[in-house]
Design a protein around this ligand. Structure first.
Ligand code: HPA
Ligand code: ZN
Length: 354
């Protein structure tokens, strides 16, 4: 293997000190698994509530922060949806998006594929135009303003009927919303990918890229369904693939990207502790994994925090970290030109070549 752009070979050498210093800077990465509504920090929640005259059910920041103790995915989703009440105007959506991009730039993010949940806003009486245009207005100049190329993913709530998702997708297409892909999120167990076959058929016909959450809390068979029935190109989370060796072999052979979110998995108790996270085993198995923040305001960190905490627990080699960064770039829906630019930037860091 000539460099990290290949992203698949095993490390054979240890880095020298000078190179380690270079690596102290965050590596340039693509963030592929990020819910924009999950970037709403407590301070911004209170600021937007005040601006919009909304009374929050928390006396202050500390009381809100005390709620950030989750027992499972649903306990998080309850708070995540409740806090969206403060998002009322295009300006609110724009401010939230700008705050994420500012922080992501510090974390080394050079390309971001940002999910938003239109149904969670429509159900509160907020129009598609308000939520989409608010986020998109900031994404339109994200490269110039923050050095981060971006694209928007419309994520559909799997605990709602497929009819609702189809209606919203039609609405997005009718308004010519600047979406590049569709995703599937919210409560996984009991809502298998097969429920959304028609949605993904329609999205594919519309020329959209396809991804879906699978194998976070749900079983490995949901990953198989997402691949076989929905025809997704990428799996969000996917950690439970490790329970099915045949599936692991298939994912390795097909180089299917898995957008892993370690701190999220700990906070939502998909794993007991970070030390129990399967990421090192996934890397060792040759899976195409990347590191992402999911809902950074709720799970204790952005991409750089995920890397730092992983590094502290597992002592990942610099080669492993660079491979994770390269995987994220290869697995993105960015243009080939943008990917080449980012891989050049990564290789320019002179991380150790085997
Ligand atoms: N899983 C499922 N749905 C979500 C998540 C998640 O981690 N974050 C926001 N919606
Ligand atoms: Zn997610």
């Amino acid at each position: 293997m000539e460099n990290f752009a290949g992203g698949t070979a095993e490390p054979e050498t240890e880095p020298d000190a000078a190179r380690v210093e270079v690596l102290a800077l965050p590596l340039p990465v693509a963030e592929l698994h990020l819910h924009i509504e999950g970037t709403l920090q407590p301070e911004l929640i209170f600021a937007l509530a005040e601006r919009n005259g909304i009374k929050l059910p928390y006396a202050g920041l500390d009381e809100l922060r005390e709620r950030y103790e989750f027992t499972d995915l649903q306990s998080f989703l309850d708070l995540y949806y409740a806090n969206m009440a403060v998002l009322q105007t295009e300006q609110d959506f724009a401010d939230m998006t700008r705050a994420y991009l500012e922080r992501a730039a510090v974390a080394g993010v050079r390309h971001a594929e940002i999910m938003m949940d239109p149904q969670a806003h429509l159900s509160r009486g907020i129009s598609l135009e308000t939520c989409v245009n608010g986020v998109a207005s900031v994404l339109a100049t994200s490269h110039e303003d923050f050095g981060i190329s971006t694209l928007l993913i419309a994520a559909f709530l799997r605990d709602l009927p497929e009819e609702s998702a189809l209606e919203v997708l039609d609405g997005l297409l009718a308004m010519d919303a600047p979406i590049a892909a569709v995703g599937l999120d919210s409560a996984e167990v009991g809502n298998p990918p097969s429920k959304f076959e028609r949605l993904y058929d329609r999205a594919r016909e519309a020329g959209l890229r396809l991804t879906a959450h699978a194998g976070e809390e749900g079983p490995a068979s949901y990953i198989v369904e997402a691949l076989d029935i929905l025809g997704v190109e990428r799996i969000d989370h996917g950690i439970r693939c490790m329970e099915d060796p045949d599936l692991v072999e298939r994912l390795v052979d097909a180089r299917i990207p898995l957008t892993v979110c370690p701190l999220s998995n700990v906070r939502l108790r998909a794993v007991d502790t970070l030390a129990d996270h399967p990421l090192p085993a996934m890397l060792a198995a040759g899976l195409n994994v990347s590191v992402n923040s999911d809902d950074p305001a709720y799970f204790g960190g952005y991409v750089d925090d995920n890397f730092a905490q992983l590094g502290a627990v597992f002592e990942l080699s610099d080669f492993d970290k660079a491979r994770l960064a390269a995987n994220s770039i290869h697995s993105s829906f960015a243009s080939e030109e943008r990917k080449a630019e980012l891989l050049d930037e990564l290789n320019g860091r002179e991380v150790p070549h085997p």
